[in-house]
Design a protein around this ligand. Structure first.
Ligand code: SF4
Length: 205
């Protein structure tokens, strides 16, 4: 197990700067590295004892966020569980020159917060990557083990609403999960009117 003594708040993959927001999740995905006792993504140990505060996350984007192709809210956890903080950081790095801001999400923010939060993303978030690992609720529940009932439907409702406020929304699914029909997941993305990206099992980040 890889564990950082102090939180690794920012890390770089290619020319994208990732902000490690939380280790908490709304899902308990069977394929998640952390549930397999691995906390390292592409050489970066992401386990945190304490969640970073807003200032720490802003600092993690660097003095000139404009040098990155993208600032991405990610980590081995669900960033929108800390939506208020994420949006405050997004606003600050935008002012500081960030060219593009993305959130990697499970698409369950509306379900968790009990309201439609997507209008709050307008002007602050340029892109969303939303994972939907299942062409139906049964496959999704098997792999993602959601804490909330109706999660599969809630993700799609989130995507429909989010695209009104966020310029680029991409649905993702991991090819190689047992029973997952990647073509059917892509068809869902088409129906929702968003992009689709096929991901590869064990290639996180
Ligand atoms: S949403 Fe991501 S971090 Fe959370 S359990 Fe699933 S794979 Fe792991």
């Amino acid at each position: 197990m890889h564990e950082t003594q102090t939180p690794l708040v920012g890390y770089t993959i290619r020319n994208q700067r990732y902000i490690n927001v939380t280790n908490r999740c709304t899902l308990r995905c069977t394929f998640c590295p952390k549930f397999n006792k691995v906390w390292e993504v592409k050489g970066h140990g992401l386990r945190m004892r304490d969640e970073p505060d807003v200032d720490e996350m802003i600092a993690a984007a660097g003095p000139d966020p404009g040098v990155w192709d993208e600032v991405v809210f990610c980590g081995l956890g669900e960033p929108t569980l800390r939506l208020d903080e994420v949006l405050r950081v997004a606003a600050a790095v935008r002012v500081a020159g960030a060219r593009r801001i993305r959130i990697n999400t499970d698409g369950l923010a509306n379900r968790v917060h009990g309201e439609d939060v997507t209008p709050r993303l307008a002007g602050l978030v340029d892109a969303l990557s939303v994972s939907l690992n299942g062409q139906n609720a049964a496959v999704y529940d098997r792999h993602c083990r959601p804490l909330h009932a109706g999660a599969w439907t809630a993700v799609q409702d989130f995507v429909l609403r989010a695209q009104r406020h966020v310029p680029e929304v991409t649905l993702t699914a991991i090819d190689g999960l047992p029973g997952l029909d990647i073509a059917a997941c892509e068809a869902i993305a088409r129906t929702l009117g968003v992009h689709f990206r096929r991901r590869v099992l064990d290639d996180v980040g």
